[in-house]
Design a protein around this ligand. Structure first.
Ligand code: C5P
Length: 403
């Protein structure tokens, strides 16, 4: 890869953390792609890496002190930031994320951020306990809801010796995401797309339900990417912990029956339906109005009935719409997925092997195989869900085009 960022002006924001040294490598990768890069540092970043390193590598002064005597160089730097095409904050500490979420401006990086109105990409990196702190989650969600692109950190060994989620994403992935910010296609412009996501919850009594491990991340990634490509997206979501992506109509539901109703309501107007949701196959035969006592019938209390299969039913109402389903399989992945594709009259099925660790439910990564109606197969390697979403949308855009 080279030249993908030719003519682009990028501000690389570096905040304080052990992985700050990695942004020196990122700077070189960005420049290799043809970008002009200037660096802004938070006050704490300078404790981990010196501005001189970035100055030497970028060939430009580093914006590091808001109140210093401003020479011509620094003024030029600020002007550059105002005209920059993208600001990438890598690594983003819990502190810098909090400041960005709340509009605090008390050092060079945070000041530049609040005065910058262009696209922003943020790659958090911190200790796993910090990353899972609800305040940090809330701040990250705030940034997401304002359209800021988050490159999620990875699981792995952390600088503090612990193992968990918080390690800066691989630089190659960050670079790809930065490039992707400039390659936004508009091939779904004006196309109505329905995406279902997340699990369903089938109520047993007022306090209990049957559900599954779906996090909703794959469906939310598809909805968000489809919207960026110009699609008019309706996201029909079961219960998740995710924030609705900006600019998308999100309809919430709990059980399979509610999801079915919403899908049927919208289906006739859409160009494509992408059923990412892990719809529960069973629900309790009877809903109990009162909490079931634990010693009722010696614990033998649950009788299940089959839920409606939304995709099978929708097949009879197809009127030119492209219908895509997902198959989460733990064995005979290909054979089972192919059978579902045919049985449910889909145009394409995305098969996942959920028996593989580190992918699928809850993960930010997925490894999938696309199987089309004409049995064309595309095997894909493990990749971030946003990337997989875009490859799937490439296929869908083509299917819509062909009609
Ligand atoms: O048969 P299976 O549940 O594995 O099929 C998965 C696909 O079917 C997914 O796309 C899922 O959203 C959809 N589905 C459905 N209604 C159900 C169960 C699954 O539309 N009741």
């Amino acid at each position: 890869m080279s030249g993908n960022l030719k003519g682009k002006n990028i501000v690389l924001g570096v905040s304080g953390g052990i992985s700050a040294y990695k942004s020196a490598d990122l700077l070189r990768l960005l420049m290799k792609e043809g970008a002009t890069v200037k660096v802004a540092m938070s006050a704490n970043a300078k404790k981990f890496i010196t501005p001189l390193t970035f100055r030497a590598l970028s060939g430009s002064p580093v914006y590091q002190n808001v109140f210093e005597e401003i020479g011509d160089d620094a003024m030029e730097h600020i002007r550059f930031a105002e005209q920059a095409d993208l600001m990438a904050v890598v690594p983003a500490s819990a502190n810098s994320i909090a400041k960005m979420a709340h509009g605090l401006a008390d050092d060079a990086l945070s000041t530049l951020f609040v005065s910058f109105s262009g696209k922003v990409l943020v790659a958090p990196a911190m200790n796993d306990k910090m990353y899972s702190n609800p305040a940090v989650t809330e701040n990250i969600n705030k940034l997401k809801s304002r359209g800021i692109f988050i490159v999620e950190p990875e699981y792995g060994k952390l600088a503090c010796g612990a193992e968990g989620k918080g390690r800066l994403a691989e630089l190659e992935i960050i670079l790809k995401e930065i490039i992707a910010q400039f390659c936004q296609k508009a091939d779904l412009a004006g196309k109505k797309i329905i995406v279902t996501a997340g699990p369903t919850r089938e109520p047993i009594d007022p306090v209990r339900f049957i559900s599954n491990r779906s996090s909703g991340k794959m469906g939310y990634a598809i909805a968000s990417e489809a919207s960026k490509r110009g699609g008019e997206v309706t996201l029909i979501s079961g219960p998740t912990n995710l924030v609705s992506p900006p600019g998308i109509e999100t309809l919430y539901c709990e059980c399979a029956e509610e999801m079915r109703r919403l899908v049927f309501d919208k289906f006739s107007q859409c160009k494509a339906l992408i059923m990412t949701a892990a719809v529960g196959d069973f629900s309790p035969e009877n809903y109990e109005e009162n909490k079931i006592k634990k010693n009722l019938n010696g614990g033998n209390v649950l009788k299940l009935k089959r839920n409606p299969d939304i995709l099978s039913e929708i097949a009879t109402r197809k009127d030119g719409q492209i219908v895509v389903g997902f198959a989460a399989e733990s064995e005979n992945v290909f054979e089972n997925a192919l059978e579902k594709l045919q049985k449910k009259s889909m145009d394409l099925i995305v098969a996942n092997n959920i028996a593989k660790p580190e992918i699928g439910f809850g993960s930010d990564y997925n490894e999938a195989t696309f199987i089309k109606k004409d049995q064309q197969i595309r095997y894909l390697d493990r990749m971030p869900k946003t990337e997989l979403a875009n490859l799937l949308l490439d296929e869908i855009a083509e299917l819509i085009e062909v009609g």
